[in-house]
Each structure stands twice: as structure tokens, then as C-alpha cells.
Design a protein around this ligand. Structure first.
Ligand SMILES: Cc1cc2nc3c(=O)[nH]c(=O)nc-3n(C[C@H](O)[C@H](O)[C@H](O)COP(=O)(O)OP(=O)(O)OC[C@H]3O[C@@H](n4cnc5c(N)ncnc54)[C@H](O)[C@@H]3O)c2cc1C
Length: 273
């Protein structure tokens, strides 16, 4: 197999935006959609399906520490510790109910974590701040079909892949979830193929399903979710199928027992490319 397409990367200047919570909607018992609004959303852009922003959240001391932008880059605040976590800008509307609006879907995972704690308590009028996206990895051009394999944290990105490529390019989604109620997450999107796996064997079942797909020379594969669960999927694609790195995007979105996983760190230390 050879790389037949490249994904273009678009860089943009760093911006930190302070916004307000307009609405909070329950998507499922383990996910809330927080709709943000405010003038600072003007000009927001996130065209890549897997784009992410850095949200800033209060720590255990209740202090919300937000960096500022100076001429020479980002400056840390003088008071408090910055607690930043990555989230997918699900949908941006230039004209929402009362101005620009941005939706972010937060998994409420129950473990202590400043982001999940903030989201479970979020209510209209709360303030929020986020930076980015610093760059966008544009959807690959020339893909014959797209395969996305994620857990619940990758569902917002998966949704964006479905919206971006359908109906022209077929999209297959394999999803392994702890919350069965999230199986209707894509119900309002026509087309595409989805398989949902819940229960103790869900990760292995998703791998079996991936092994059953016909991954061709022009198939683009997106993997996102718990870092440990991503490793066998990536190994299958890279080592057994010999898929070139440019034909896939594989990220650990979180890792069991690790606070604030650095998703830029190699997913598989034995194969860091
Ligand atoms: C590019 C990118 C995009 C992402 N987009 C989204 C998104 O749109 N929506 C979303 O919900 N998440 C998304 N994530 C994942 C999110 O950033 C992590 O889950 C993050 O760790 C949550 O922060 P926290 O403060 O709640 O927990 P942390 O303080 O980071 O971790 C506290 C504890 O909770 C555990 N933990 C963290 N996340 C989970 C989880 N999902 N399930 C179970 N245990 C967990 C950790 O292992 C740790 O033990 C994305 C991650 C990346 C890298």
C-alpha cells in the first residue's frame, strides 16, 4: 500500500476566548451538551473534523486560572494553577439563539477530573474560557471511504466525520461505549454504517469488527478513545495491514489512571511514528 492522499494542516493564531454558558442539555446519562455563547466567539473556526480546543477549568481550590496571550506567546496567570483539558468543538453556529454559539459534548465519567466536574455542574450564566484550535487537520481529500473507531470521548469527532463526508463518501463507525444510551448519538444523521458495542467485551468486539472491514488503499481511518484500547487497533492497521501513517489519525483521548493525558505523546511506545 502507498500513501495516496495527504491531510492539509492549517495553522491559526492562538486566541483565548471568554464565553458564557447559554444552555446545558442532557444527551445521555453520561454526556451533557454545553452550549456556549458570547461576542468572543466571533470569528471562531474549526473546519477539521478532529479539531480540538483547550478548555480551562477551576481546580479543587475553586480558582479558575486562565493564561493570557502576550506578544511573545502564552503567559501563565500569576494566581492559581491552570487546569486545561482537550475538547472537540462539536458545532459552531455564527447565528444562534442570541448570537454565536458553540456546542461541546462532555463525557461525565465519574472519576474526579476538573473538566467532568465542571460540566456536570454547568448551568446557564456560568463563565468558561478556552483556547484554540491552534490548527486544523483538514479532512483528507481523495478518500474512497472513511472508518472511525472511538469510545464515547471520540463521538463528537465521529459525528463531525459523518457530517463532513456523507453522503458522497461512505463512512463506517465502530463505537465501544460504557453507556448504552449513547447508541442513538448519531440517529439524526442519515447514511453511513454504525456498529455499537457495549459490555465487558466491547473493545475486543470493536477490534474484531475492524478486522472484518475491507480497508483499501484509499480508506482513511480515524481512531480515538482510551489510549490503551487504541494500541491493538493501531497495531493491526500499521503492522498487519501495513497502512501508511498518512492514511490514519490515531489518538489517545484519555488514559485509565492518568490525569490530563498528553495526546501528543506516542500512542504506542514500541512504534512511535
Ligand atoms: C483531541 C481531544 C479531543 C477530545 N474531545 C473530547 C470531547 O469532545 N468530549 C469529551 O468528553 N472528551 C474529550 N476528550 C477527552 C478529555 O480531554 C479527557 O477525557 C480528559 O481527561 C477529561 O478531563 P477531566 O478533567 O474530566 O479528567 P482528568 O483530570 O484528565 O482525569 C481524572 C481521572 O479521570 C479519568 N478519565 C478521564 N477521562 C475519562 C473518561 N472519558 N472516562 C473514564 N475515565 C476518564 C482519568 O484516567 C483519571 O484517572 C478529548 C481528548 C482529546 C485529546
Amino acid at each position: 500500500m502507498s500513501v495516496v492522499f495527504e491531510s492539509k494542516r492549517v495553522r491559526r493564531p492562538l486566541a483565548i476566548r471568554r464565553v458564557t454558558v447559554a444552555r446545558v442539555t442532557e444527551v445521555a446519562p453520561t454526556m451533557v451538551r454545553v452550549t456556549l455563547t458570547g461576542e468572543e466567539l466571533q470569528g471562531f473556526e474549526a473546519p477539521g473534523p478532529a479539531d480540538h480546543v483547550k478548555g480551562f477549568f477551576p481546580g479543587p481550590d475553586g480558582i479558575l486560572a486562565v493564561p493570557t496571550i502576550a506578544d511573545d506567546g502564552m503567559r501563565q496567570p500569576e494566581v492559581g494553577t491552570v487546569h486545561a483539558r482537550d475538547y472537540t468543538p462539536l458545532e459552531f453556529r455564527e447565528q444562534g439563539e442570541n448570537g454565536p454559539e458553540l456546542d461541546i459534548d462532555f463525557v461525565i465519567h465519574g472519576d474526579d477530573g476538573p473538566a467532568a466536574q465542571w460540566a456536570v455542574n454547568a448551568k446557564p450564566g456560568d463563565t468558561f474560557a478556552f483556547g484554540g484550535p491552534r490548527g486544523s487537520l483538514m479532512p483528507p481529500e481523495g478518500a474512497s471511504d472513511v472508518v472511525v473507531v472511538t469510545d464515547e470521548t471520540g463521538l463528537p469527532a465521529a459525528r463531525r466525520f459523518f457530517q463532513n463526508f456523507l453522503p458522497e463518501v461512505p463512512v463506517t463507525g465502530l463505537f465501544f461505549l460504557t453507556d448504552p444510551d449513547l447508541r442513538n448519538y448519531l440517529d439524526d444523521i442519515d447514511g453511513g454504517t454504525r456498529q455499537w458495542f457495549v459490555g465487558d467485551e466491547r473493545e475486543a468486539q470493536a477490534e474484531q469488527a475492524l478486522r472484518g472491514l475491507d480497508i483499501g488503499e484509499r480508506t482513511f481511518v480515524f481512531l480515538a478513545g482510551e489510549a490503551g484500547a487504541m494500541v491493538p487497533l493501531r497495531r493491526y492497521l500499521r503492522r498487519e495491514l501495513g497502512l501508511p501513517a498518512g492514511q490514519m489519525d490515531a489518538s489517545g483521548y484519555w488514559k485509565r489512571g492518568i490525569v490530563n493525558l498528553d495526546h501528543h505523546a506516542p500512542l504506542d511506545p514500541t512504534d512511535p511514528e
